[in-house]
Every structure is written in C-alpha cells, then in structure tokens.
Design a protein around this ligand. Structure first.
Ligand code: NAD
Ligand code: TYD
Length: 356
C-alpha cells in the first residue's frame, strides 16, 4: 500500500478546493477520478496540473472495472468520495442521474473498496479509510426555533438529491457494520467559495449582479441555511481522515445561519463596495416562484467534531464572502469558461417564467 489517496469528483467545486489544499498541506499524492459532467471543470485544477503529486483520471465511479484497476494500480491508503450530482433544482427536473451516480456509484465504489481491502495485509487493511462526503440535507427541515442537526438526528430527506445522498450514507454505514470496511461519513452544511459552479445561490447572485441581471430569490427569501467557507470544509475532511473513528459520522458547519435574503443582501453590500454601480445591486432582487418541497431551515450542531477532533471553522461569513466575491472578480476567464452554452440552457430552463 502506498501513501497516496484517491479522490472522486475532484474536478467539482469542493473536490478541486480539496485537491489544492491537499497539495499545499500534505506530502502524499492525490489521484483524481472524475467523469467531467457539466459540474466538473479541469480549469479549476490548473494550478496543480504540473505537480508530480497530482494525477487526473477521466472515468465514472459507476464503472466498476475501471475503479478496480485504479485501486490495483495505485494501492491508495484512502478514498475520499466527493463525486455526486449535487444540485437540488436539477434533481427536481431529472432525478434519474442522482439515483445512478449518488446511490449506484457509491455502491460500486464500496464494493471495490471492500474487495481491495480484502486483498490487503492486516496492517494495511487497518490503515485504509473510505471517507464519504455527504450533506446536512439528509436530516430534512428544522422547525424555526429548534436546535441544529446532530449526528443522531433521524434522517428525513425531502428532495431527490437529499434522498439519494441519504441512501448512499446508509450503504456506507452498512459496509462498516457488515464488512468492517473502515468508513467515515461527513455531513456538511452549504459551502461557498472559489470555483463554485454558478447554478448555486452564492455564485449565481454574484455573477447575475455583475451582469445587471435579476437576483432570483425563491419564495419569501426566509429559508435559512448554515454557510461554511469551502477551505474550512476541506480542513475538516483532512482532520476526519486522520483522526476520525471508523464507522463514525461527523457533522460539519460554519455556525453562520442566515436567511437567503440576508445572504443576497450581504453579497450586494460587498459588491457595492468592490465594484460600485450607478445604484445598489440590491435593487436587482426579485422574489420568484418557490422551489417545490423547499426545506425551510438547516442548522448544524458541530460539537462532536469540535470536541473529538479539535476542528472548528476559521472564517466568518463576513470574511469568507468577501474572499469569495474578490475571487469571482479576479477570475473572469474561469467564469466565462463555465457560463457558456449548456449553462445558459440551464438558466433558461430553471428561471424562465419564474417571477412571482
Ligand atoms: P459538484 O457538483 O461541484 O461536483 C461534483 C463532481 O463530481 C464533478 O466534478 C463531476 O464531474 C463529478 N461526477 C459526477 N458524477 C460522476 C461520476 N459518475 N463519476 C465520477 N465523477 C462524477 O459538487 P460539490 O458541490 O463539489 O459537492 C461535492 C460533494 O459534497 C457531493 O457529494 C455533495 O453531495 C457534497 N456536499 C456539497 C455541499 C455544497 O454546498 N456544495 C455541501 C455538503 C455536501
Ligand atoms: P442552493 O445553493 O441551491 O443550495 P441548497 O439547495 O443545496 O441549500 O440554494 C441555497 C438556498 O438558496 C436554498 O434555500 C434555495 C435558495 N435559492 C434561491 O433563492 N434562488 C436561487 O436562484 C437558487 C439557486 C437558490
């Protein structure tokens, strides 16, 4: 067994940030297995392409034979599994791909990880980790005043996306319980930061504002989310990989709970300072038709990871959002690369005729 790790979905938003952080902070190599769906973008990895510790492999986690060969070739000490279909609105339009990648893909990875582990000597098997990256959305929606989700909150997923992630979490749990595969699961709140595809709330609002386009807020804008700067999430995953107890799950969050309209107004304030226009960007806010089955509130209780692994978020929303807006302003080439043809088709499909 070597010291390298395999990351799935490393060309996506969190995966690419994780690879940057890994190359910066660790000595070991990282192999990135990614199918390059609409959400995968090798431009997000340009800065590490030349590193001798980074390798890209174009492939699908559902292709079991390829996964097997990859494990045999690289003999990694861990798999960090990010690959997924990740956008709730897309899961409402077309859930099939979510079932395929998120459930079937995770199942196939688990099968191959199990087979690989069985081929290892006891010490190497003991050391191997399968880290499954999941979401707070598996817990469903919170009451307005209730406490945040903890690791023992019952699962109650409400969208095809969260249901597919919940199913994958259960498979991961079962592979630990039944086969003693050394799994770790992380459930994290909403991430934001560099390299996020602009179909998600924060980059969509930044880029629409810069174009003078409407800022579409679903429903009354009072839906609440907890927000975590992506680099903090990457550091939490590294901490879980090293110090997490096999079979355990860890909730990760930023302790920055806000309503969507608050988030949008803060983005507008930052843009008003960094790129002043004739009138405030907040004038572009438009309340539009709500998302079907829209979860009202998510919030995270992160006492377990804080207590057991000593991790906590470093960025406040104020500091993280400023870095994020600055990054989008400084990277117009990356932006124009991802906002071409198929992106424009999605925006048309999702927002045409959506105004209230
Ligand atoms: P993303 O959509 O930006 O990236 C997903 C990546 O997976 C892309 O590079 C895509 O090409 C790749 N991929 C998709 N299907 C694949 C397949 N069949 N085989 C190989 N690669 C495939 O997603 P993200 O926002 O970076 O999220 C990463 C993970 O973190 C997901 O599992 C998601 O559920 C979880 N998560 C995301 C958030 C968030 O706020 N974005 C929060 C908590 C958890
Ligand atoms: P999103 O970034 O899609 O993440 P998630 O659905 O996984 O939480 O959305 C974050 C919140 O922002 C969610 O409550 C839906 C809302 N939202 C809007 O109000 N307008 C939009 O155009 C988008 C994409 C999201």
């Amino acid at each position: 067994m070597q010291n390298s790790i395999i990351v799935t979905g490393g060309a996506g938003f969190i995966g690419s940030n994780f690879i940057h952080r890994w190359i910066e902070m660790e000595d070991a190599s990282v192999i990135n297995l990614d199918k390059l769906t609409y959400a995968g973008n090798l431009a997000s990895l340009q800065a590490v392409t030349e590193s001798p510790r980074y390798q890209f492999v174009h492939g699908d986690i559902c292709d079991q034979e390829s996964v097997r060969r990859l494990l045999e070739t690289h003999a990694p000490r861990a798999i960090v599994h990010f690959a997924a279909e990740s956008h709730v609105d897309r899961s409402i339009h077309g859930p099939a791909e979510f079932v395929r990648t998120n459930i079937e893909g995770t199942f196939k990875l688990l099968e191959e990880a199990r087979r690989y582990c069985e081929s290892l000597a006891p010490v190497a098997r003991e050391r191997f980790r399968f880290l499954h990256v999941s979401t707070d959305e598996v817990y469903g929606s919170l009451e307005p005043q209730g406490p945040g989700f903890c690791e023992t909150t019952p699962y109650a997923p409400n969208s095809p996306y969260s249901a597919s992630k919940a199913a994958s979490d259960h498979l991961v749990r079962a592979y630990h319980h039944t086969y003693r595969l050394s799994t770790l699961t992380t459930n994290c709140s909403n991430n934001y930061g560099p390299y996020q595809f602009p179909e998600k709330l924060i980059p969509l609002m930044i880029l629409n504002a810069l174009q003078g386009a409407a800022l579409p807020v679903y429903g009354d804008g009072e839906h609440r989310r907890d927000w975590l700067y992506v680099v903090d999430h990457c550091d939490a995953i590294r901490a879980v990989l090293v110090k997490g107890q096999p079979g355990q799950t860890y909730n990760i969050g930023g302790e920055q709970e806000m309503s969507n309209i608050e988030v949008v107004n803060i983005i507008c304030e930052v843009l008003d300072k960094l790129r002043p226009a004739a009138r405030s960007y907040s004038k572009l806010v438009q309340f539009v038709k709500d998302r079907p089955g829209h979860d009202r509130r998510y919030a995270m209780n992160i006492s377990k990871i804080r207590r057991e692994l000593g991790w906590e978020p470093k960025e406040s929303f104020k500091s993280g959002i400023r870095k994020t807006v600055e990054w989008y302003l400084a990277n117009p080439q990356w932006v124009s690369g991802v906002t071409s043809g198929s992106y424009r088709d999605w925006i048309k499909k999702q927002y045409q005729g959506a105004s209230n």
